[in-house]
Design a protein around this ligand. Structure first.
Ligand SMILES: [Zn+2]
Length: 277
């Protein structure tokens, strides 16, 4: 009897410990994340002066004097993506194995749940090669938000509600300008189609995140140069057709062919004025 009682007690203890265990499906990657951030602490605590040489190879005298007035660099852009995957679980797996080399700060599930994967002050691998204005290393100055969506379906209301709440917090925390909420397609027009024509940019603009054209549009003035307008908004116009398609995915959405109709030009002129006010 006593022996059986001990066995029951032992089993209950095991169940209790298992239920309290910090281990979950992402325990290993969470530890990897923590260890990696410790490495960055070592990097930013280094107090060594740069070793500089002049054009003749002579060492330039240098020393370290720590200032008392400094802070941590903040993100100044938000890049919005769709995952082009079939489920949140698939995306979480993609972002928690090293072989893919990709990640984002946030992933928003169809249910509206927000998964935070990289601290806002750290650099996620979401934007890759591209150009917006003069910014080429977008990963170093942006927050990447992935929305669980396969690329051919509407976004859920819950996703957009969560996104709006998240964007409001980011805009306030880091003082991000309205113009600096853009899509991956805008930054990398030759490579990326996301978040695509289903994405509700108009709703975002109404809340102060990015721009959308006015309901009443003026004709552009004579001599209006659409290439210069696209460039001044931020688009990389070295491939003008790719820039036009990216612009239309974002600001026209009903047609994404690489030609500009009169209506498209009116929209472009209107949006160009907002980005250059
Ligand atoms: Zn993307």
């Amino acid at each position: 009897m006593v022996k059986n009682g001990r066995a029951v007690y032992f089993c209950l203890l095991i169940i209790f410990l298992a239920s309290c265990s910090p281990k979950g499906p992402y325990a290993v990657t969470n530890k990897y994340y923590k260890d990696k951030t410790k490495g960055f602490v070592t990097t930013i605590q280094k107090q060594l002066p740069d070793s500089l040489t002049d054009s003749t190879g002579r060492l330039i005298p240098s020393q370290w004097v720590g200032t008392v007035n400094f802070g941590i660099r903040k993100p100044n852009f938000v890049i919005i993506h769709f995952t082009a995957q079939d489920s949140l679980q698939q995306t979480l797996k993609t972002f928690t194995i090293t072989s893919t080399q990709v990640s984002a700060h946030y992933v928003i599930a169809k249910s509206g749940e927000v998964v935070h994967m990289v601290n806002d002050y750290l650099r996620a691998n979401h934007a890759g090669v591209g150009k917006w204005g003069s910014v080429t290393d977008m990963n170093s100055c942006s927050i990447g938000i992935e929305i669980d969506n396969n690329g051919n379906e509407p976004f859920t209301t819950a996703q957009i509600n969560s996104l709006l709440a998240l964007l409001a917090q980011l805009k306030t925390n880091y003082n991000i300008p309205q113009a600096n909420f853009i899509g991956h397609q805008d930054f990398a027009p030759k490579r990326k189609p996301d978040p695509g024509p289903f994405f509700p940019w108009k709703t975002l603009a109404q809340h102060g995140f990015g721009y959308w054209s006015d309901d009443i549009l003026e004709l552009p003035p004579d001599g209006f140069d659409y290439t210069i307008a696209l460039k001044l908004i931020g688009y990389d116009t070295r491939d003008i057709n790719a820039a036009i398609v990216a612009f239309k995915r974002h600001f026209v959405q009903t047609d994404i062919s690489p030609t500009l109709t009169q209506l498209d030009l009116n929209v472009l002129y209107n949006v160009y004025q907002k980005y250059n006010q």
